[in-house]
Design a protein around this ligand. Structure first.
Ligand SMILES: NC(=O)c1ccc[n+]([C@@H]2O[C@H](COP(=O)([O-])OP(=O)(O)OC[C@H]3O[C@@H](n4cnc5c(N)ncnc54)[C@H](OP(=O)(O)O)[C@@H]3O)[C@@H](O)[C@H]2O)c1
Length: 258
């Protein structure tokens, strides 16, 4: 497919990098107004441009990775030259209905919520679309399946997906940072503490994804009666470990809903 990414910032670049590595058969164009920091993507096979309509007519898919306040300007620029395109928007808070109204009935609106791990083929990209666009949306689903997992969700869960999958990256990183800080306190240099903490989280996540079991089942395998793990876990819970995470996620969701 020809993939046209508008908004070569954090997310747009991670998608372009992921596509160049995990599905290089796709041709990628990526735009932003100041391209100097992303010109290196050309070496990986992408076309980098400041012009949003450069080669847009040939695109099979247009991906919007711009901020919400940039949407109207960008659409005003591209709409006169496109029709019959799939527009996949990662813009937080922009509903399918709103986007569809803006792009008119000759184009299809799909909502996507990837995260920046797309760069490593490890995004959890939630995707929502209206029934009428089901067939076209399949292209988007398979594109994002090449960058990790791509569950199709009901659009009413899109804000929740934003918090769990996009903000969730920051939450997981904060856990790793805390674990690493503790690692330094108990004797490791920061690089070793980081390597151990990050790999341990990756291993735990991999076990869950492959075994498809509840986390408590795996926790049970690690906690010896009267052992150090259960003592640490109970101490963390007494200080609100799970409840603070749950409260944080619910606060993020409230913030999105405004
Ligand atoms: N970051 C994430 O993890 C993540 C995850 C899921 C969803 N999202 C959503 O994705 C969107 C982008 O987020 P982000 O973090 O990637 O933001 P970002 O880093 O600020 O990227 C936005 C990019 O859009 C470019 N841009 C602005 N106006 C433009 C225009 N008229 N034409 C072309 N490009 C233009 C900007 O570059 P110039 O100023 O050089 O043009 C900038 O690089 C947001 O709506 C966000 O909510 C982000």
């Amino acid at each position: 497919m020809k993939v046209h990414i508008i908004g070569g910032g954090n997310l747009g670049v991670s998608i372009a990098l992921g596509l160049s590595k995990f599905s290089p058969e796709n041709q990628v164009t990526i735009t932003r107004r100041n391209t100097s920091s992303i010109l290196y993507l050309e070496k990986l096979g992408a076309t980098v441009s400041t012009n949003n309509i450069h080669q847009i007519q040939e695109a099979d898919v247009i991906i919007l990775t711009i901020k919400p306040y940039q949407v109207d300007t960008v659409l005003a620029e591209i709409l006169p030259v496109i029709s019959n395109k799939i527009i996949a928007s990662a813009v937080s808070g922009l509903s399918i209905e709103n986007l569809q109204n803006k792009i008119g009935s000759s184009n299809s609106a799909v909502r996507i919520m990837p995260n920046i791990a797309a760069q490593f083929g490890a995004s959890a990209t939630c995707i929502a679309f209206h029934e009428k666009d089901k067939e076209k949306a399949e292209d988007i689903v398979s594109l994002f399946q090449s960058l990790g997992t791509a569950p199709i969700i009901d659009e009413k869960l899109m804000d929740a997906a934003t918090v769990l999958a996009a903000s969730g990256t920051a939450f997981a990183l904060r856990y790793i940072r805390a674990s690493m800080q503790a690692g330094i306190e108990i004797g490791f240099d920061w690089q070793t503490a980081l390597a151990i903490s990050a790999q341990t989280v990756k291993g735990a996540a991999q076990m869950l994804l492959e075994e498809k079991v509840h986390p408590e089942q795996l926790i049970d395998r690690v906690t010896t009666p009267q052992g150090c793990t259960i003592a640490g876990l109970n101490e963390m819970e007494m200080h609100g470990f799970s409840s603070s995470l749950i409260r944080g996620i619910k606060t993020s969701l409230k913030q999105i809903k405004g």
